[in-house]
Each structure stands twice: as C-alpha cells, then as structure tokens.
Write a protein that binds this ligand. Structure first.
Ligand SMILES: [Cu+2]
Length: 161
C-alpha cells in the first residue's frame, strides 16, 4: 500500500514537471519594440481555384506563431499582410454545436508581459487567394501590424504538419 502511494506521488510529480517544462521554442525570429515572435510557420497548400473553405477566394492557407509582449502595456495584433496572398485576415476558429467554423476578428490581444499563441484550432493568420503554391521548405514574408509596437516583419517557413 505504502509503495503504491509513493509511486502515485512520484507520478504526480513527474506530470507536474512535464506540464511546467517550457516548449522548445528556441530564440525569437524577430524582436522589435518589446514584441517577440517565436516559431512561426505557414501551412503548405496547393493552388485550387474555386475550392477550399473560402469558396471563390481560391486557395487558402494559414500561418501560426507564438507572440510575446515584454512591454508593461497590453498590445494588439490588428492586421497582417503578405506577398504570398491576395488578402490576409486575422481569424479565430471556434466550435459551436459540434461544428467548427472560423471568423475574422478585430485583433488578437497580447497581454502585458504575456503572450498569445496563434495555433491550429485557435487564432490564425488567414492567407486568402494564394499567389503561388506554398511548398514545404519554402519561406513566406509576413507583415504584422501591432497597435503599439507598429509593423513587425518576419519570415515564416512553410511546413506540412
Ligand atoms: Cu481562417
């Protein structure tokens, strides 16, 4: 009995450690005006005019990253742009009555001394009307516009997750 309890406690401790271990984000790809961008990537996508979730908008893809704000004030990611797509929007994916949908949002809040994650199933940068196929191993340029930090330009590798 005693042994089992000890093992259980050990297991809890190991789980707590795993939960606290920081993800291996590496160094920020860009650090500007207190905004740091970590691990950006864009989803590989082919050209399929007329198809995809945005119908007549042609081929789409999305970009993801972790944004940290070292400033003592909250910042807001307001918009984005890229040469890789006709238009770029900031979207949030949500689940309602078992149906997954996404919609454009006003922006993504980056808390003071905090962070916001853009990830599949959550906030993402929607690339609408791809100008060329996005192939694994390529890189696209993203321009992010923050309320306080201003324009932040970064390169995001294309990945096929
Ligand atoms: Cu979207």
């Amino acid at each position: 009995m005693k042994l089992q309890r000890t093992f259980f406690l050990f297991l809890l401790f190991a789980l707590a450690l795993a939960a606290c271990a920081p993800a291996d984000l590496g160094d920020p790809v860009v650090s500007q005006n207190g905004i740091e961008i970590y691990a950006p990537w864009a989803r590989a996508a082919g050209l399929n005019p007329g198809g995809g979730m945005h119908g007549g908008d042609g081929a789409v893809s999305a970009a993801f990253m972790l944004i940290k704000n070292a400033n003592p004030e909250t910042d807001m990611l307001l918009s984005a742009a890229s040469d890789a797509a006709e238009s770029v929007q900031i979207h949030q994916t949500s689940m309602s009555n078992g149906v997954m949908s996404m919609a454009e949002v006003y922006g993504v809040e980056i808390p003071a001394s905090g962070q916001a994650e853009l990830k599949p199933g959550g906030y993402h940068i929607m690339l609408i009307g791809l100008k060329q196929e996005l192939k694994d191993g390529e890189t696209i340029t993203l321009r992010l516009y923050f309320q306080n930090a201003g324009e932040v330009v970064l390169q995001a590798p294309v990945k096929n997750p």
